[in-house]
Design a binder for this molecule. Structure first.
Ligand code: SAM
Length: 287
């Protein structure tokens, strides 16, 4: 573990050279190399439990709800009737936990490439892995890209909760993946993919959005704040087959009672609208 020095973990990565986020580690709970990636779970002094894959923070107990709620509820609430949902990746279970809360979702299919991430999350990260207990969920272990080739006109919403485009997730950021997702969707279907941060990866954001726009009549980028991701921000590329869609007008508007009943801590209908308001330098770059 060369990224751990004097009990401090530093997330150095070629995608954001010259700057790094660090946190103090109380205890290493698990460390192994799976067939796909290095898996590390730590107990930290200020962020709770932290899942790290290939040296990159995936989620921390303190702020994971922000990412999981936004990548789930932005596309689900843009859709009039999201009955059948596919999750690609999401091995910690947090997105399944959120998707299962939506009142119109009847069936969730999830395909995660690494069985070890699921196993480790069930053992050490039960607050997220609780998503795997949903009776709505059918979980498959396999490559999301390959899975997509064998499914046609089946899903209302596809959420790609993948790791960054290094290692097993590289294919999930290519244009042919967006083409495959398009054919796996039912009419008026929506896709939502983790798409990087505007501060460190503006080229990644703009390429992913371009790939999505090439395949879908309507596409946009929305974002959430997540303090433990590089630069504290992360975004989602969202594409829709419905050419009349207005992404910033949620189809399901939640009351504060709904938010409480669904235990939502970040997503609400106002932040849904605000998520698509972009800073000028981003708007200009993505135009
Ligand atoms: N919230 C996280 C983030 O953006 O950092 C992502 C969390 S989730 C743990 C990412 C998951 O994507 C990992 O468990 C990884 O194994 C899975 N994954 C990567 N490539 C994949 C692929 N080609 N097919 C299915 N799952 C994949």
């Amino acid at each position: 573990m060369d990224k751990l020095k004097n009990n401090w973990f530093s997330e150095a990565c070629e995608m954001w050279p010259g700057a790094t986020f660090s946190f103090e580690v109380k205890k290493i709970l698990h460390s192994e190399k799976s067939d796909y990636q290095d898996i590390l779970v730590c107990e930290s002094t200020s962020l709770g439990k932290v899942l790290v894959l290939d040296g990159i923070i995936q989620c921390t107990e303190k702020d994971e709800f922000s990412y999981q709620e936004m990548i789930s509820f932005l596309p689900l609430c843009c859709h009039k009737n999201p009955e059948k949902v596919l999750i690609v990746g999401g091995g910690d279970g947090g997105v399944a936990r959120e998707v299962a809360k939506h009142p119109k979702v009847k069936e969730i299919v999830q395909v995660e490439i690494d069985a070890k991430v699921i196993e480790v999350s069930k053992k050490y990260l039960p607050f997220m892995a609780v998503g795997f207990d949903s009776p709505k969920l059918k979980l498959h272990v396999g490559d999301g890209f390959e899975f997509m080739k064998n499914h046609s006109q089946e899903f209302d919403v596809i959420i790609t909760d993948s790791s960054d485009p290094v290692g097993p997730a590289v294919n999930l950021f290519q244009e042919n993946y967006f083409a495959l997702m398009k054919s796996a969707l039912r009419p008026n279907g929506i896709v939502c993919s983790q798409a990087g941060t505007v501060w460190n990866d503006l080229e990644l954001v703009s390429n992913t959005l371009k790939f999505c726009k090439n395949q879908f009549p309507k596409a946009t980028y929305g974002y959430a704040t997540v303090p433990t991701y590089p630069s504290g921000q992360i975004g989602f590329v969202i594409g829709s087959l419905d050419s009349e869609i207005k992404f910033d007008e949620p189809q399901l508007v939640l009351t504060s009672e709904d938010e409480k009943a669904m235990n939502l801590k970040y997503y609400n209908s106002e932040i849904h609208k605000a998520a698509f308001v972009l800073p000028t330098f981003v708007k200009n770059h993505l135009a």
